[in-house]
Design a protein around this ligand. Structure first.
Ligand code: ADP
Ligand code: TRP
Length: 323
């Protein structure tokens, strides 16, 4: 049995990029009977950038509803809110005391955020230590993450090794990042990487009329309808190709190369694909968002499981540290 663990911050409703790039592949991994998956909502990490309780609560529900709508099996696996297993904050403190200051000061993500953001708080600085605690508390073996998180996994492994070396070999399992190089980068409606921070995302859960507006606003060039079009540079084509069946992508490629096919037509196809492909998920998501007690019920089951494991692990660590 392999223990796989990953978290997604509750910074908004997950968009098409988060879903295709992180949530769907993670759910695929969880279907393998050799994997036991711990998937959680990193709502404590969210506080480093967002201080709005209502927004955090709604985003947390939306992230949870997305995992559930896409079929994450909460019976076989462990699904929880980071904040509800408060043991992680105790472990964070212990790990902080084993983390060399320069290691955090040199982290790319901290340097980048501290240059960009006006609120450079200490939580941003110790962000990787909380992430290490998330992972080490549950002895995770594999951690699926995007490329930008690889350094955080290296920091986690370094902290774990230092702790094991000073306090007791094999207290912590050394985790490995699982970076799927095949995972696509989903482009946003403006052609840059789709991201909440660029406000270029497609929220697939929007009502049809609003979704249509977003899809129709996908940026395309001014090649006239009758001319052949470039599939390599066209954003709408790239989004279409991520959603459509292989055969249909080839047909669309021909439409582009032949000319006489307009951008309005491909955008209508994209809208149709989203509505058809995610019909069940859209319905389930909206049902869950209107009935948050159903989300709460699923999370509570996972949180009880997670707390039990976390308590056992902390007992060992406290004892080793002299508490
Ligand atoms: P955002 O950039 O929208 O804030 P996050 O950093 O919260 O997204 O990412 C959450 C997860 O979704 C990560 O695993 C990340 O690798 C994945 N992800 C985010 N944007 C994309 C994208 N455009 N294409 C593929 N995967 C993405
Ligand atoms: N930092 C991760 C991100 O922004 C989210 C996260 C928090 C995480 N704790 C984690 C991911 C533990 C994997 C494991 O994407």
């Amino acid at each position: 049995m392999q223990r796989i663990l990953t978290g997604i911050q509750s910074t908004n409703i997950p968009h098409l990029g988060n879903i295709l790039g992180a949530i769907m592949p993670a759910i695929e991994l969880s279907k393998n009977s050799h994997n036991e998956c711990f998937y959680f909502i990193a709502d404590l990490h969210t506080l480093t950038s967002i201080k709005d309780a209502k927004f955090i609560r709604e985003s947390t529900n939306a992230v949870a509803a997305t995992w559930l709508a896409f079929g994450f099996n909460t019976g076989k696996n462990v699904f929880y809110r980071q904040s509800r297993v408060a043991q992680v904050t105790e472990l964070t403190w212990y790990l902080n005391c084993f983390t060399p200051f320069p290691m955090l000061a040199n982290a790319h993500s901290f340097k980048d955020k501290s240059e960009r953001l006006s609120d450079v708080n200490s939580g941003l600085f110790t962000y990787p230590v909380l992430m290490a605690a998330d992972i080490l508390l549950y002895d995770a073996n594999k951690v699926p993450v995007g490329k930008d998180q690889i350094q955080h996994l290296e920091i986690t492994a370094d902290i774990a090794k230092s702790f094991n070396h000073k306090i007791g070999e094999s207290i912590f399992t050394i985790p490995e990042a699982l970076v799927d190089t095949k995972v696509m980068i989903v482009p946003g409606i403006d052609g840059q990487k789709m991201s909440k921070s660029y406000n270029n995302f497609i929220n697939i859960f929007l009502p049809e009329k609003e979704l249509k507006k977003v899809v129709m606003s996908i940026l395309t060039d001014s090649t006239p309808l009758e001319s052949p079009k470039n599939t390599d540079t066209c954003n709408a084509f790239k989004i279409y190709a991520l959603l459509a069946e292989k055969n249909d992508v080839e047909i669309m490629r021909n439409n582009y190369l032949k000319g006489g096919y307009g951008y309005g037509a491909i955008k209508s196809e994209i809208l149709g694909l989203i509505l058809k492909k995610f019909e069940r998920e859209r319905t389930t998501f909206n049902h869950l968002m209107q009935n948050p007690h159903l989300i709460e019920k699923e999370l509570a089951i996972g949180e009880a499981k997670a707390q039990k494991i976390a308590n056992e692990k902390l007992m060992v660590i406290r004892e080793k540290l002299g508490y």
